[in-house]
Design a protein around this ligand. Structure first.
Ligand SMILES: Cc1cc2nc3c(=O)[nH]c(=O)nc-3n(C[C@H](O)[C@H](O)[C@H](O)COP(=O)(O)OP(=O)(O)OC[C@H]3O[C@@H](n4cnc5c(N)ncnc54)[C@H](O)[C@@H]3O)c2cc1C
Length: 473
């Protein structure tokens, strides 16, 4: 047996066989271990750059399984990770050697059309939620891809097409059911465990395993949206116009800005293949009868290379880029918040975007104002309520041989922009960047988070995340 195999099974070897058999007997779900047929499939993460070998993967089917797994990990001193959608850039949905509470079989969703609320189990993706809510003419504000997990995205904040209209995903969260570090099952909401409810709205998976989320659905069905592409020579003008629109425009118009290399696939005319472009992907939720009028000045900003914007069901918009970013690609993330986007910053963007290292690599700026600014920075754990943009630079490619080149590009780009940033980043778009970066992400809310952490998880059982350490007083 070589040393890496020894390493990955060490925890399994230390657990008494009788204790393990008793644990297995308590589960309705599956226990997957190294050597089992489905082990390699079950440990796979969305980011192909991360390769972790847990000793136990517990594929839970209900809250009782989650309680059993949390108790088993704590009693046997195992490192514990929680997997929702497995999308996290830093691979925080898994761990080496320890136990993974895998929620991916917990897919229940219940839409209550009378109250327009949506109960979502912890293993759902946003595509699952869209599938269930769209027939009711409802949507939960979510991210820009349908394959991302509800769990990680929500607990970190949640930015998406509806942010300016209806706020962050956490601003639409009414309650969570959770298993705590001591195995207790509780509900946190505005009326029960209010401190915990405050903390989970941005504080990530630090406080327990959320087995289900209760969201307020919003009346959104067909929107006017999709991407518009411009040649790089127009990028500065487009970016400046987009910035002004996001800072001053009505909350029913949203759109993220990106730099993209046009993929050489049939849906794009061949003359654009492999060209670097400036892209805005729009989502307008206002009066559809006015949409053409609203978009006329946008279409006149500069000559358009390609325009795919029009009426589109929200679930289709939210899954538009799924095919471009299938699971298993190599991803390297660098993020920051920005309050301003002045002309000097725009020039820096254009300089670095001209060097996009691979077809999939990109820079996105997500608007985080509008309704998201109507919540105070102390009202939830998510503190950057004054920032207007969440910036993310990602080196992405199928081939690990390109990793070094795209990582260096991403770091150079981020370093050039960072001095102009608001000083912290969105936790869901960070790699493993150390304690200071986590603290900066929460600014003035960090101390309160450490106190709540001490109350609910004093021994830091839930530490495979952007970790908030338990406070001491
Ligand atoms: C391609 C891509 C697109 C993205 N787009 C967006 C976007 O549009 N908007 C946005 O806001 N973010 C976006 N993200 C970032 C995303 O929010 C994070 O990657 C998030 O961590 C993913 O959640 P997950 O459940 O899939 O991840 P996982 O890897 O399963 O988990 C991530 C973290 O959350 C914790 N966690 C997950 N579920 C639970 C739970 N039920 N209870 C307790 N802890 C839990 C895990 O322990 C881990 O620490 C995107 C990511 C990718 C890869």
């Amino acid at each position: 047996m070589n040393s890496s195999v020894l390493e990955m099974t060490r925890s399994a070897l230390l657990v008494d066989a009788v204790v393990l058999a008793a644990f297995k007997g308590r589960l309705r779900g599956q226990l997957v271990q190294p050597g089992d047929d489905h082990y390699d499939e079950a440990r796979q993460l969305y980011n192909g750059m991360i390769d972790k070998h847990p000793a136990f993967i517990v594929r839970c089917v209900d809250a009782a399984d989650v309680q059993a797994a949390v108790n088993f990990a704590r009693e046997n001193d195992l490192l514990l990770a929680v997997r929702g959608g497995g999308h996290n850039g830093a691979g925080l949905g898994s761990c080496d050697d320890g136990l993974v509470v895998d929620l991916s079989l917990m897919k229940g969703i219940h839409v209550d059309s009378a109250s327009s609320t949506v109960r979502v189990e912890g293993g759902c993706t946003w595509g699952d939620v869209d599938h269930a809510t769209h027939p009711f003419g409802l949507a939960v504000p979510t991210g820009f891809l349908s394959t991302t997990g509800v769990g990680g995205l929500t607990l970190g904040g949640g930015l998406g097409y509806l942010t300016r209209r209806y706020g962050l995903t956490i601003d639409n969260l009414l309650a969570v059911d959770m298993v705590l570090a001591d195995g207790r099952f509780i509900t946190a909401s505005a009326d029960e465990h209010e401190d915990l409810f405050w903390a989970v709205r941005g504080g990530g998976g630090n406080f327990g395993v959320v087995t289900s989320f209760l969201f307020q659905g919003r009346p959104v069905s067909t929107v006017y949206g999709g991407p518009m592409f411009w040649e790089m020579e127009h990028a500065a003008v487009v970016m400046g116009y987009w910035r002004d629109l996001i800072l001053t425009g009505s909350h029913d118009i949203n759109g993220w800005f990106g730099f993209h290399t046009v993929p050489p696939v049939d849906m794009f005319p061949t003359e654009h293949h492999l060209k670097k472009t400036a892209v805005v992907t729009w989502c307008y939720t206002g009066d559809m009868a006015r949409a053409e009028q609203v978009f006329a000045p946008i279409r006149a900003i500069a000559p358009l290379a390609m325009d795919f914007t029009g009426p589109i069901p929200l679930p289709a918009l939210q899954s538009l880029f799924d095919g471009l970013y299938p699971p298993g690609l190599q991803w390297y993330w660098n993020a920051d918040f920005f309050t301003e986007l002045n002309d000097e910053v725009i020039d820096l963007h254009i300089k670095h975007a001209a060097q996009l290292p691979t077809v999939h690599s990109t820079m996105h700026l997500y608007p985080i104002n509008g309704a998201a600014h109507q919540i105070g920075e102390r009202d939830t754990a998510w503190s950057f309520r004054d920032a207007n943009f969440a910036q993310v630079i990602v080196g992405v490619d199928p081939n690990p041989a390109n990793n070094e080149r795209m990582i260096q590009w991403s770091k150079r780009y981020w370093s050039a922009l960072h001095p102009h940033s608001a000083g912290g980043a969105y936790v869901n778009m960070m790699m493993d960047e150390g304690a200071d970066r986590v603290q900066n992400a929460y600014r003035g809310n960090y101390n309160r988070l450490t106190q709540i952490k001490a109350r609910y998880d004093p021994h830091n059982l839930f530490r495979v995340n952007q970790n908030i350490k338990p406070g001491t007083s």
